[in-house]
Design a protein around this ligand. Structure first.
Ligand code: PFF
Length: 456
């Protein structure tokens, strides 16, 4: 092991098993991004063409960035801010850590609101409201709910409470136990839904839409959306992968763990696409429904589908579980920061951060209705948090992570960490390609995307 290896911090909680690590990482990655955002972006950007560009972004840009976050986290054994402080050696790099913590906080604030919607829809599905006799008007039911004052706030708070309860239990006993049990359940539920959807009469057109590319509807902004979605879906640039990696023991193979996490996340997104698009086509609905796809279009389909009540339960339970396993990873970024940098106990850190998130999430919830007139640059509070975190903070966070690993850490240290001190050797050609991507290709693409995004 190289001499630059920092000492590991004593008394830190850590993951207990390889499977636990993989499922916790996958739990962070698989979330609303896969089940809610990916399908509607596919629908808005021309189907298979979007998926192909998405896959290219994932393989050539995002997988190497994920490896960088693994390297920083595992090598430093510290929270996002502490990691850059420990390895960076000068004050400037700490900004990267701070940006990551901020990005996680902003995302959790609006993510909890949609998480709250998923609880409400899950409870409605238990009451068989999405059946032909359920008596809902999908569009007006959704609009009345989200623009209200107290109901969406209460569901948002319920979601935050679930997140806090898991995080209080710690890394091994909270995050790992919880994700290890839930991720397999989520996978099974999603596969059942996909099979049901793909075997509907008329589903073939939806399957073709997902897998037969038509680049005529694909634009430059679709490419930006594909990369942005890949960042969001893989939880890059906001310190979650980095923080989770800091709990990974030195003997684990982080190179394959990062690759497997990426593959599983992409698989979940494709399965979600297969669960939604074929049903959308089978019922003759246009795929470009935007954000309402999951909360408006799907309930309308469930109401007509044979055994649609059961499909609705499976879908909204999945949505809730996926959102929860991602939200805990976002909260852990802030908690690890408070524990290690502000010397708080875990329970106190959860209490303090929760009080801030309650305020921010309530503002995001109210911005759908009573506070919808409060706008900055035409964006309401919810959209502003989404825009700033997804388009600015995450992208900068990811850029700084690759620049840090590619240009601040030495080649020997990178290889040492990635191969776990030589325990899990990396083929020379693969490492050379990886090193080129993180030093040059990834930064150039990210800067291009940032400029394009800011210009228009
Ligand atoms: N990857 C999550 C999703 O697809 O829903 C969202 C997310 C979680 C983004 C954690 C960023 C993050 F740090």
């Amino acid at each position: 092991m190289s001499s630059n290896q920092p000492k590991s911090s004593a008394n830190r909680d850590s993951f207990a098993s390889s499977l636990g690590i993989l499922l916790a990482m996958t739990g962070s990655a698989v979330g609303l991004g896969n089940l809610w955002r990916f399908p509607y972006l596919v629908g808005e950007n021309g189907g298979a063409a979007f998926i192909i560009v998405y896959l290219v972004c994932v393989i050539f840009i995002c997988m190497p960035i994920m490896a960088c976050e693994f390297i920083i986290g595992r090598r430093s054994q510290a929270n996002a801010f502490g990691a850059y402080k420990k390895l960076g050696g000068n004050k400037g790099w700490k900004v990267a850590g701070l940006l990551s913590v901020l990005a996680a906080a902003f995302i959790l604030s609006f993510y909890s609101v949609v998480g709250g919607w998923s609880i409400r829809y899950m409870l409605m599905s238990f009451g068989l409201r999405f059946t032909s006799g359920g008596g809902i008007q999908p569009e007006s039911t959704f609009n009345t709910f989200v623009t209200g004052t107290w109901p969406p706030i209460l569901y948002t708070l319920a979601f935050l409470l679930c997140t806090g309860v898991i995080i209080v239990a710690g890394v091994k006993n909270g995050i790992e136990k919880f994700t290890k049990t839930l991720m397999p359940v989520l996978f099974v539920l999603m596969v059942i839904l996909a099979v049901r959807s793909m075997t509907l009469p008329g589903a073939g057109e939806g399957v073709r839409y997902l897998f037969k590319p038509d680049f005529s509807k694909f634009t430059a902004s679709s490419a930006i959306a594909a990369l942005g979605q890949a960042f969001f879906s893989l939880s890059l640039g906001c310190g979650t992968i980095l923080t989770y990696a800091s709990y990974v023991p030195r003997s684990e193979n982080i190179f394959t763990c990062g690759a497997k996490t990426t593959i599983l996340d992409t698989l979940f997104a494709l399965i979600a696409g297969c669960a939604i698009m074929p049903a959308v086509f089978a019922y003759g609905i246009s795929p470009g429904q935007g954000p309402g796809l999951v909360f408006v279009t799907l309930p309308a389909i469930f109401a007509e589908l044979p055994a649609g009540g059961i499909a609705a339960i499976l879908f909204f339970v999945s949505l809730f579980l996926a959102a929860l396993t991602s939200a805990i990873s976002l909260l852990e970024v802030v908690i690890a920061f408070l524990i290690e940098e502000c010397k708080m106990r875990r329970a106190a850190a959860v209490a303090v951060s929760m009080s801030v998130f309650v305020v921010l999430a309530v503002l995001c919830s109210l911005s759908q209705g009573p506070l919808s007139h409060v706008k900055l640059f035409t964006l309401n509070i919810f959209d502003l948090f989404d825009y700033v975190s997804s388009n600015v903070l995450m992208t900068f966070g990811a850029l700084l992570a690759v620049l840090f690993v590619g240009h601040k850490l030495s080649r020997a240290d990178i290889l040492d960490e990635l191969s776990s001190g030589g325990l899990h050797p990396i083929p020379a050609g693969l490492f050379k390609t990886f090193y080129f991507i993180i030093r040059w290709a990834a930064p150039v693409v990210i800067i291009g995307i940032l400029v394009a995004g800011l210009l228009g």
